[in-house]
Design a binder for this molecule. Sequence first.
Ligand code: FPP
Ligand code: MG
Length: 342
Amino acid sequence: MSTLTTGGRVRSLVSRIVVRENGLESRLSGSLELVEKRLAECAGRAADPRVADVVGYLVAAGGKRLRPLLTLVAAEFGDPWAPGVIDAAVVAELTHAASLYHDDVMDQARIRHGVPSVNARWGNSVAVMAGNWLLAMAAQLSADLVRPALPLHAEASERLVRGQLLELVGPTANDGPLPHYFAVISHKTAALLSLSLKLGALQSGASGAVGDALAQYGEHLGVAFQISDDLLDITSSSALTGKEQGKDLSVGVAGLPALLALAGDDPRDGELRALLRSPLGVTGEDHRRALRLLRRSAALGEARAIRDQRLTMARSALRRLPAGPPRRALDTLCDVVATRTK
Ligand code: FPP
Ligand code: MG
């Protein structure tokens, strides 16, 4: 990827969350550039150039770099120049990339970040092994960070896998579909956002109380972020998200809007419920129709309201942090999640 593309992407999220705080904006942008260099260098550690190509592919293809940005903003509550801050951000992105390699195999996704997915290009076996390599590389870097970075990373990795396994096995008779959904997304998405913040706080020497507040913020932000992802799967275009539209439905994974439609009794969602309950799955014309109905369902508005409640909870966790530009940036990030289109 060209430096220009990298710089453009990095600047776009930073400039959205840091307004009129020039020192912070340039520090975050500069650190994100170092993260990019380190990410590329990590892929290069795979001695065989063909392996380096695969393990570096998705990170080079794009992404918002939300997790490294969280690490860097968290480090602003201590010493942002402390050794280990950049590598902590790299750990967060490598772990995220590893999870996408595996997720795209599981979802049979053909596109990610606007390019053919790793599984589409190299097949499932290579994609799974390359994901394992990235996770191992993240663990290797964690081992050199301020303790207890490695156990925190192990714990978050376990939660990611647990979330994905829970999604596969589905709800039990005791936990209904909605509590099950929230358990899944808390593990598969919020755990890594929370870890990204915790690692930044830890490396920078910020206090334990600051680390705890940031972790709490990350848990709520992560849940809201995954709900917004579910919403975008229905409302946004493939050109914007770089993924296939309506993928959740087509692989039988119900996002929050579909779950709320199924659980509700709003007469406007009657036809939608019938389509979602189809024993043959939601494919072909049914898929197009279900997406259209979901876009104007009452459930869509309910899902947005739940996302916004979680963002309110995230903002209230921020009140436990010292006021200033980094706290304002994290607050503004809640607005970005509420209004994201990709
Ligand atoms: C995207 O979800 C995927 C995740 C948030 C996590 C996936 C986790 C695993 C595959 C477990 C393995 C983890 C590691 C660290 C190797 P999504 O499918 O809802 O979103 P999408 O639309 O971006 O695909
Ligand atoms: Mg997926």
